[in-house]
Design a protein. Sequence first.
Length: 113
Amino acid sequence: MHNWKIGVCHGHQLVPWGDKEAIGMLQRQLDVDVCVTGHTHKMSVDTHEGTLLINPGSATGAYSGLLSDVTPSFCLLDVQESKLTVYVYQLHPNPVNPEEFELKVQEFKHAKS
């Protein structure tokens, strides 16, 4: 997309699951600027050796063998020529009324070197 190479892998093939070094190896094998993986159901946006690593989490908050408390989440990527913005959406219980939820949105910007 534009000048960005984006790789996507479910993530169960990587050992240990969700490990930055393991995802970094995959990123180098795929030769991508952005590596999107999952399997852990835990949302994360991170950088490793100048590469953007994204795990969108679980949109439904599905059970994970790694976590007892999974927060429903997903990501949207806004891809431009030299910059990429990741919008992370997470559904959190309302602290005042636990039967209600609050949608929290975070924005992460990443520029191509």
